[in-house]
Design a binder for this molecule. Structure first.
Ligand code: GDP
Ligand code: CA
Length: 335
């Protein structure tokens, strides 16, 4: 296998990609060529405009993580970050004050916003930013079009009893502390896949769905018209890894948003939600954590090749073993 395409969110996807690249570089992945190329289709529905700047959290998390610019403790934003811009903005009393806009990070958003203003599409802007960061993958936004995830939450003071906030406000300001009643992805139905995305899925030798959020990361990528269809039609095997371990997410907020789309918070339910390609879904294989081995009969019954292995991305070696297990799943004869 030489061409590997990964559909990624932010932190879960980035960590997974570190392990994948490590596995390729160290020859830990049977059947994968040492010069295999990785293309990442990243979620852009978390993107927002803040203080006039275009911020793309998932693209930047992948770019900074793989380019060794990430703050490893926080898992997002730049290392050795300072916060003078944020402090100054707060002194002016301008909102929003909850969004973590670091000084170093601001430079990225300034470059991006200037290029967008000059007429470059996000895909070309991302390519330009990656010339500095050299992430070791081809990084593509899922779409050049504006797509934004909004979350409906209960609000006793609102006349409708509900309030809709941008996904970032739900996650960063509210810390996903209230249940999501509905997830609305504005602009998704009219969005077009960014240049290269359809080809990257159609012409891949392997497509991986990392343990990213099934609703607000992978769900939005699959919702861009044309991507799901291409995934269903590609000759490449498609394997996913569960972000839900033992009935909840490892980090993040999948447990808060899965109920909003009517999916139980379990590795089994998420696998069945994606579904087997042989039965109208998007996957051939689904890896669950060893703690969720009881899900295997139902997953296999639904037509998925399924196995239970440790799925904690504690370090790059552990993550590379997860990738090797994902490969073994589609290399082995189907159940
Ligand atoms: P985000 O955009 O930063 O939220 O990141 P992603 O959507 O790419 O990934 C978030 C998901 O990664 C969460 O649902 C977590 O459950 C999952 N995740 C994070 N770390 C791990 C891990 O070590 N193992 C597994 N299986 N899932 C993980
Ligand atoms: Ca995200």
């Amino acid at each position: 296998m030489r061409e590997i395409t990964v559909l990624s969110g932010g932190m879960g996807g980035a960590r997974f990609l570190q392990g994948l690249l490590h596995g390729i570089a160290e020859g830990l992945l049977p059947g994968v060529a040492p010069d295999a190329r990785v293309t990442v289709v990243a979620n852009t529905a978390d993107d927002l405009w803040v203080h006039g700047l275009k911020v793309c959290p998932d693209l930047d998390t992948v770019m900074y993580t793989l380019g060794d610019g990430i703050d490893p403790e926080r898992g997002w934003g730049r290392r050795e970050e300072t916060w003078s811009v944020r402090t100054e903005l707060a002194e002016y009393g301008v909102e929003p004050t909850w969004f973590g806009l670091g000084d170093r990070d601001v430079a990225t958003h300034l470059v991006r916003t200037q290029m967008l203003d000059a007429g470059y599409p996000l895909s070309q802007v991302t390519e330009a930013l990656c010339r500095r960061w050299r992430p070791g993958v081809r990084l593509l936004p899922m779409s050049d079009d504006r797509v934004e995830t909004h979350v409906a939450i209960a609000d006793a003071e609102a006349p409708s009893g509900r309030r809709v906030v941008h996904f970032q406000e739900y996650w960063v300001r509210l810390r996903a502390s209230v249940p999501a009643e509905a997830v609305v992805v504005v602009g998704l139905d009219e969005a077009r896949p960014a240049p290269g995305v359809v080809e990257a899925v159609a012409e891949a030798d392997l497509v991986l769905v990392p343990p990213s959020n099934p609703v607000v990361s992978v769900g939005t990528i699959l919702g861009v018209p044309g991507i799901r269809e291409t995934l269903r039609a590609t000759a490449a095997p498609v394997v996913g890894l569960s972000p839900i371990v033992g009935g909840t997410h490892v980090r993040g907020m999948a447990a808060q948003v899965l109920p909003a789309i009517g999916v139980e918070v379990s590795a089994r339910a998420v696998g069945l939600h994606y579904g087997a390609r042989s039965a109208g879904g998007v996957l051939d294989g689904w890896l669950v954590d060893s703690a969720d081995a009881d899900a295997l009969p139902a997953l296999r019954e639904a037509g998925l090749a399924a196995e239970a292995v440790p799925l904690m991305m504690t370090d790059v070696d552990a993550t590379a073993r997860m990738v090797a297990a994902a490969l073994a799943l589609v290399a082995a004869p189907r159940p």
